[in-house]
Design a protein around this ligand. Sequence first.
Ligand code: PHE
Length: 334
Amino acid sequence: KELIAEAEAFSAQSKDEIEAFRIKYLGSKGLTRKYFSEISKIAAENRKEFGQIVNKLKVTAEDKVNSLKEAIESQEEDKGIYGDLSRPGEPIALGARHPISIVKNQIIDIFSRIGFNVSEGPEIEDDWHNFTALNLPEYHPARDMQDTFFIQTDPDILLRTHTSSVQVRYMENNKPPIRTISPGRVYRNEAISARSHCFFHQVEGLYIDKDVSFADLKQTLQYFTTEMFGKSKIRLRPSYFPFTEPSAEVDVYWGLETETDYKITKGTGWLEIMGCGMVDPNVLENCGIDSKEYSGFAFGMGIDRIAMLLNQISDIRLLSENDVRFLEQFKSVL
Ligand code: PHE
């Protein structure tokens, strides 16, 4: 009976201790075997009680071994040593796509459906690709339209002010027909405020083929704004860019009659979203394309502006501050 109490009180920290306990009580040379084998030596009238006690000892020891083993195993499972590999894992915190990437991908998707590919080029450019080839020779007053960051003291090396430089590179290396869009980051030496930054993102488009007309340009832009903003009105206002002739600014009507027709309902009237025009023959010739055989159009838009309009972001700086409280809000968007 004392042994039963002792067995009941037993506790163990390790599997080895449990095993030692098991051998002591239940092993082939253990206590219960020993007492059972001695049962014949017990006086006949006490045998029944003796047998019951020994049996109780055996059951108690067995229960103890099982429960201790279970306890230790579940402890180990918690520690992940022999964890249940079929259990669901810890949830993984997913990031969100950046609003600039979301809009950029949408624009790429829309233009790729009508046969435009994507081209990229360096952010550090030379004067030729950013200006001169685009019909902006040295001392051309329009160079002041885009305040430029120069790299150290070399006036020939600069941070590109637009991705038109990529279009020059593309024309130099590819024969028409050309249908390409060039997304990327551009830099301008401007005071940083809620509305403008010293770097932002553009997508510029270029289409060169035989007999490309201004009507093709307008229809392409209408297709784009409809895909991007829903059913929408556009307006082309005459403008000036050195690399296109004629040139226009594109406005989209923002703030429209019915919720169902339009994705944007909070706006107010016409909003400028891009510049465009027919590629100047000088630019084609600078890039080795015969301007008598080919014509084309180009357009360029700021991704940041569009992302801000679509998501009602009031300050452009939010787009580059990497504040997770801001970025997390785009989790549900693909
Ligand atoms: N490159 C111009 C800009 O950055 C945009 C543009 C592109 C205008 C193509 C006309 C044609 O402002």
